[in-house]
Design a protein around this ligand. Structure first.
Ligand code: NAP
Length: 440
């Protein structure tokens, strides 16, 4: 029997479990650990609440979760309740599928001012992550700045500009919906340190900005390269740039009909966030692309007054003491998923925060292939591991309040029962409430 522990129940974790099932069939037992009492990681608290079709992939993970040889072990914090070394003593392989839950710092003055948030925190707030549910961003000002030209910047800008009706069918949490309904934001500036050809936004997500009820995107035509240069872009990127071109062509009269403007400010690198206690503006340096395609400061600076800043410039994995880490890339140091004998990583924890949810499937299958190679070569065999029997004994000894998948199904039923009309669920945003909802 193979015993595998996976830390993290997001996409990378469940795809790895699925791969282990395919690899060893009934000859494997997989325990998927999560520090929250609820599964699915990024699907629950990262994917935008108005992108329910993407969240639908959780049904596939449920198929894996409900099989006999896979267990969900929720409400267990690795590193506090149990150490990596202890898990290594119990399981043949330990796979870190911990994602990249921390914001990459922008490294500029003023990041610590009030009403400046990293996107992990801001997205966690509107998605009901217990760690960020109490964030309470102040939306009473007129101007918000979102730093970054990726899909997360688009998510944040879109969520800030939608009407209550546009959240129909979403699972945005009640506290965020109420705050957004009272928002006074009329101007959202998306800062890109490079140009339209260098955006990391995908066409479908960018196109959504063109169909918002009360917000209109604005692109300065002067920022767009000559149209024939689009031919050198790969097809997806060309499609995204076509959206930017259509935004640039929106007539002024039409734009004025909508109360919220989402402005793309390209070649704009933030230099400092300004304010006395609370953010009041942002200082920006105009950039130009150097010969390597990098943003290079021109020396020209300007200031945008604003009352809310969200940095959406990428994420980092949480380091774990004793586990080799690549600080610059914000991920575990690994060779195709291998970190140390018996210790592996997968998904964003392996490759950094890039790609789509589906990218994690080949990643999961890849890491299981490495584990199988190592087990077959005898590289990992020191002793027969106890697997989940050993963990259960440890959990009982430490009186851990483990949440099972069956418990999660009760929590889920409670969340569905308390959903507002049209919404799939109203999430619990406090761990205690989740635990209470599972009953006895
Ligand atoms: P991302 O795609 O890596 O984009 C990060 C952006 O931040 C880039 O435009 C980057 O510019 C910019 N940036 C980085 N450091 C900066 C700095 N110091 N100052 C100014 N700008 C800076 O990251 P993300 O948006 O967080 O997305 C993470 C992953 O999740 C991506 O793979 C994304 O596609 C995926 N995602 C997908 C969806 C969806 O499919 N609906 C939704 C959300 C997220 P440079 O290019 O110049 O470095």
């Amino acid at each position: 029997m193979r015993h595998i522990a996976i830390i993290g129940s997001g996409p990378a974790g469940y795809y790895t479990a699925e791969a282990a099932q395919k690899q060893w069939g009934d000859g494997v037992r997989v325990d998927i650990f999560d520090l929250l009492p609820v599964p699915y990681g990024l699907i629950r608290t990262g994917v935008a609440p108005d992108h329910q079709s993407i969240k639908g992939v959780a049904k596939r993970y449920e198929g894996t979760a409900l099989s006999e040889n896979v267990r969900f072990v929720g409400n267990v914090t690795i590193g506090e309740d149990v150490s990596i070394a202890e898990l290594q003593g119990l399981y043949d392989a330990v796979v870190l599928a911990t994602g990249a839950p921390n914001d990459k710092p922008a490294g500029i003055p003023g990041e610590g001012l009030e009403n400046v948030f990293g996107s992990a925190a801001f997205v966690g707030w509107y998605n009901g992550h217990p760690q960020f549910a109490k964030l309470s961003p102040d939306l009473s000002g007129r101007h918000a700045v979102v730093i970054g030209n990726g899909n997360v910047a688009l998510d944040v800008a879109r969520i800030l500009s939608k009407t209550a009706d546009e959240f129909h069918g979403s699972d945005i949490v009640a506290h965020a919906l109420h705050a957004l309904q009272k928002s006074h934001i009329e101007q959202i500036t998306i800062l890109g340190r490079r140009g339209p050809h260098q955006i990391a936004m995908t066409p479908k997500e960018l196109g959504e900005l063109g169909h918002l009820t009360r917000a209109c995107p604005r692109v300065d035509p002067a920022d767009l390269p000559a149209e024939e240069e689009d031919l050198f872009l790969e097809p997806g990127q060309r499609k995204s740039v076509t959206h930017l071109r259509s935004f640039a062509a929106i007539p002024e009269e039409f734009r004025c009909d909508k109360p919220v403007e989402i402005e793309f400010d390209f070649f704009a690198s933030p230099r400092a966030i300004l304010g006395d206690g609370t953010v009041s503006g942002i200082e920006i340096e105009r950039t130009a692309l150097d010969s390597e395609g990098r943003a290079s400061g021109t020396g020209e600076t300007y200031t945008i007054p604003c009352s809310l800043v969200v940095t959406a410039i990428g994420y980092k994995t949480s380091p774990i003491p004793g586990v080799p880490f690549e600080e610059g890339a914000g991920r575990f140091a690994n060779d195709e998923g291998r970190i140390l004998p018996g210790l592996y990583c997968v998904g964003w924890a392996r490759r950094g925060p890039s790609g789509t949810i589906g990218t994690n499937r080949p990643d999961g299958f890849g890491v299981v292939e490495k584990i199988a190679e190592d087990l077959d070569s005898g590289a990992l065999y020191h002793e027969v591991k106890q697997g989940r029997r050993g963990f259960d004994a440890l959990a009982a000894e430490r009186k851990l309040e483990v949440v099972t998948f069956r418990d999660w199904k009760k929590i889920e039923a409670e969340e569905e029962a308390r959903a507002r009309t049209g919404a799939p669920r109203e999430k619990f945003v406090a761990v205690e409430d989740m635990i209470k909802a599972r009953g006895e």
